[in-house]
Design a protein around this ligand. Structure first.
Ligand SMILES: Cc1ncc(COP(=O)(O)O)c(C=O)c1O
Length: 343
């Protein structure tokens, strides 16, 4: 059995968290003269620091109790908080599987943590034998797994993910930012079984609320209590909590949108495959395609000249562009422009 408290940094274990006015009084509404707020206006009150309404709705949507939920100011805040809780600056390490989402490495560097990089294999899958060599390192505290992975678009084999969770005695942060675009099941319910598993999701992709900055960590109540200890007291604004609640109440709409994006992804993939500039379209479980082309820099610039901006990922995967799936109209513009690029 993993003792989570032993993995937590000593200063965080002993931390006396900030106690806000809303922490100290959470009874029925009255005359609020406790938080130095302005008495006038509609956005004059501090937000609910624990986002209880939103968590209640999310708990229904995700079929998991509220005690397993933490809301961050985007997933990026959750990545940083996780490292602040578990990584001793200067001594501890994290593991990543590149090419992958860049913020794991940036956040680890900000927190002065060393980074063990175990590159994905030729099929963009985790090289378990190589990763496993480091599991005994007691300074290795957090392993980041991104599935579906950005920028490659594929999901990691579920057996590999579960193998790591079972055999690594530190924290596994599984980033499922794109899982709504995939048919592979989420690992979120497995947080009830594995105390070292944190599943991270976001409102920024399938739910279309990137502007609202709502990230979700799903994990056991012990880890949730550490997140609540280290987070800024009012980390999610009232406006953003409302936007997220509104989005959840339109359940059917966003699911229809996700279906539309998936069917566009398949159409765009088929069309791009036919082009002479294309070497390979990698299979995708996300809302983007990774495409290997004959000359990524040249094609990227040609697209920019036509006001179409994709992501040139050549520095991570040779001659590859990452193309986000847009509306039907936007995708047609992209395809038309690509067809007209002559090498
Ligand atoms: C894999 C992955 N995780 C997390 C994020 C960021 O999510 P958020 O907008 O919730 O900070 C991104 C954004 O591109 C991403 O690709």
């Amino acid at each position: 059995m993993i003792d989570i408290s032993k993995l937590v940094r000593e200063n965080i274990r002993n931390l006396q968290p900030y106690s806000s006015a809303r922490d100290e009084y959470s009874g029925k509404p009255g005359v609020f003269l406790d938080a130095n707020e302005n008495p006038y206006g509609t956005l004059n009150r501090y937000p609910d620091p624990y986002q209880q309404k939103l968590k209640k709705e999310l708990s229904r949507h995700k079929d998991i109790t509220s005690e397993y939920l933490f809301i961050g100011n985007g997933s990026d805040e959750i990545i940083d908080l996780t490292l602040r809780i578990f990584g001793n600056p200067g001594n501890d390490k994290v593991m990543i599987f590149p090419p992958t989402y860049g913020m794991y490495e940036v956040s680890a560097s900000i927190n002065e943590l060393k980074i063990i990089k175990v590159p994905l294999n030729d099929n963009f899958q985790i090289d378990i034998n190589n990763a496993e060599k480091y599991f005994g390192d007691e300074n290795l505290k957090v392993i980041f797994i991104c599935s579906p992975n950005n920028p490659t678009g594929n999901s990691m084999h579920p057996e590999s993910i579960e193998y790591i969770i079972r055999n690594f005695k530190g924290i596994v942060l599984l980033d499922e930012a794109y899982s709504d675009f995939s048919e592979k099941p989420s690992f979120l319910k497995k947080t009830e079984k594995y105390p070292n598993l944190i599943v991270m999701q976001t409102f920024s992709k399938a739910l279309g609320l990137a502007a609202a900055r709502i990230g979700i960590a799903i994990t056991n109540p012990e880890i949730i209590s550490y997140y609540n200890k280290v987070k800024p007291p009012y980390n999610v604004s009232t406006i953003n909590q409302k936007a997220a609640l509104e989005k959840l109440s339109q359940g059917i709409d966003y699911r229809k949108q996700v279906h539309e994006i998936i069917s566009e992804r398949e159409r765009v993939a088929e069309e791009i495959k036919k082009l002479p500039i294309t070497i390979k379209v990698f299979p995708s479980d996300a809302n983007f395609l990774l495409v290997k082309v004959t000359d990524a820099n040249y094609i990227y610039n040609k697209l920019v000249n036509n006001d179409i901006i994709v992501r040139n990922r050549s520095s991570l995967v040779e001659n590859c562009l990452r193309i986000t799936i847009g509306t039907h109209y936007e995708n047609d513009l992209l395809l038309e422009t690509l067809k007209n690029i002559l090498m």
